[in-house]
Design a protein around this ligand. Structure first.
Ligand SMILES: Cc1ncc(COP(=O)(O)O)c(C=O)c1O
Ligand SMILES: N[C@@H](CCOP(=O)(O)O)C(=O)O
Length: 465
């Protein structure tokens, strides 16, 4: 399997190089040159298998020739062994056509653990084989950071720097990152937004000499391996509800577009995905895009679902690549002009093509609270302020011909106790392994929104020089 850049000017790479490269050298994102496809029989055979076996089958074609089957099997099994639910990603029925897939039973209580538990182990495997070390700089609006730190802490071959927007993540999210005491972990609270954090990460990748000097790698979903690991739970949900013999829709609370892009990828690989619903909070750039065909940037506003407080969704570039018929030059021109003007529009025919699969919906904070309250009263389930957006969006947008829709519950309600309490009167409890989170000592550097200062910090604090 070879991987190509969405901007068409970087060399194609094998899986191990893609894993370590993060962003392509032309500023694009890597994608498989062609999608591996499963037959209806192969998909049917996934029904009833343990979750890790589904992951093994889905991921195998992407790493073929680089990671032998036996090593991949151990990586996958170890990745999900610490999840607190036996099913790993349990499905719960909400009403006749809606199901919730709980993706928050991993060590840091968010769906990010599905990919990052594997990513840490994939890094280990490839770095050991190659005798190399890396420096990771990652951006987080709250959840990627703790999942990445948990996956990469105490690893000799890795130094990890995580940038979060100062004061714009929940207290639980912040403490999950800043209370980890490990020589290879540095937390930075940046005086800016998540988009600023992500821009700085991309700028570091685009500075070729900096990138090479520190051996920069990525834990964000610009890293193809993140998306690859997430595709598996779409297959697991699909076969549990009757795929390939029944079409399935998915509703996804969306920020950086990585999760929903994994659902899109599952469809390209043969799963009968008949609808993808994108849920936004008040930062609704994606919803406005799917409604109108035009993307228009606005300032990021804080919301009750902070992990989705994003304007520039990095993985949208991967979808755009397909919508523009895999023309890298067109992707580059479109996105360069978007960054310069804050706008771009798809042609009406391409917009219509996107609408064959995608729908989008937004909830403001008051609606988010009202929906948490409603589902709690109706079902007894407490949904966090991100997951509830998926459920409400599914309820509003599910098409008549979609027999079953799976809503991705991306975080545990205890990560957002204030919002959940305001909505329902209930304060969800943290699981036992995090019960003393508020007593642990925090370690974090508050920094100005300044790329050169961040680079200096990385150069001075990394151990792998
Ligand atoms: C809890 C939660 N829900 C939803 C999202 C949005 O997911 P994505 O960025 O993959 O679109 C995030 C952040 O990524 C998140 O942490
Ligand atoms: N919502 C994310 C933002 C980063 O997204 P990623 O999927 O590209 O890592 C977060 O919680 O940090």
């Amino acid at each position: 399997m070879r991987y190509i850049s969405t901007r068409g000017r970087a060399e194609s790479l094998g899986f191990d190089d893609v894993l370590l490269a993060g962003l392509a050298r032309d500023g694009g994102l890597y994608l498989p040159e062609s999608w591996p496809e499963f037959s209806a029989k192969e998909i049917r055979e996934m029904a009833g298998l343990p979750y890790s076996e589904v992951v093994f089958r889905v991921v195998k074609p992407f790493v073929a020739g680089v990671i032998p089957d036996a090593a991949l099997k151990s990586i996958v099994e170890e990745s999900y062994a610490s999840f607190r639910h036996r099913a790993v990603a349990p499905l719960k029925q909400m009403n006749e056509r809606l199901w919730v897939m709980e993706l928050f039973h991993g060590p840091t209580l968010a769906f990010k653990d599905f990919a990052l538990q594997m990513l840490g182990r994939l890094f280990d495997y490839v770095l050991r084989e190659r005798g190399e070390r890396i420096t990771i700089v990652g951006a987080t609006s709250g959840d990627t950071g703790s999942a990445a730190i948990e996956a990469c802490r105490d690893r000799d071959q890795i130094d990890i720097f995580i940038l979060h927007p100062h004061g714009r993540v929940s207290e639980v999210q912040r403490r999950q990152m800043t209370t980890v005491k490990s020589a290879n972990v540095v937390n930075v609270a940046l005086e800016g937004t998540f988009d600023d954090c992500q821009d700085h990460v991309k700028a570091m990748f685009n500075d070729q000499s900096f990138r090479d000097s520190v051996k920069l790698s990525a834990v964000n979903s610009i890293n193809w391996a993140r998306i690859m690991s997430q595709i598996a739970y779409y297959f697991a949900a699909g076969v549990a509800l009757g795929a390939p013999d029944r079409p399935i829709g998915f509703s996804v609370p969306t920020g950086n577009f990585g999760n929903v892009f994994a659902g899109y990828a599952a469809g390209r690989m043969g799963l009968p995905v008949s609808q993808l619903v994108i849920g936004s909070n008040r930062n609704d750039i994606l919803t406005r895009f799917f409604e109108t065909g035009a993307m228009t940037m606005l300032p990021v506003e804080p919301s009750l679902s902070p992990s989705m407080d994003i304007q520039i969704s990095s993985n949208f570039e991967r979808l755009l690549f397909d919508l523009l018929d895999r023309d890298g030059a067109a992707v580059e021109a479109t996105l360069t002009s978007f960054r310069e003007t804050g706008n771009f529009a798809l042609s009406p025919d391409r917009h219509q093509r996107a609408l064959r699969l995608f729908d989008a919906f937004r909830l403001d904070d008051d609606q988010t609270l009202a929906e948490i309250r409603k589902y709690h009263q109706l079902t007894g389930e407490l949904l966090d302020p991100h997951s509830v957006i998926a459920v409400a969006a599914a309820d509003a947008m599910i098409r008549d011909d979609v027999p079953a829709m799976v809503c991705m519950a991306t975080a545990h309600p205890a990560k957002f106790p204030d919002a959940v309490h305001r909505a329902s009167g209930v304060t969800p409890e943290l699981p036992e392994h995090m019960a003393d989170l508020f007593d642990r000592e925090e370690h974090c550097t508050v920094m100005a929104n300044d790329l050169s200062k961040l680079k200096e910090l990385v150069l001075s604090r990394r151990r792998n020089s």
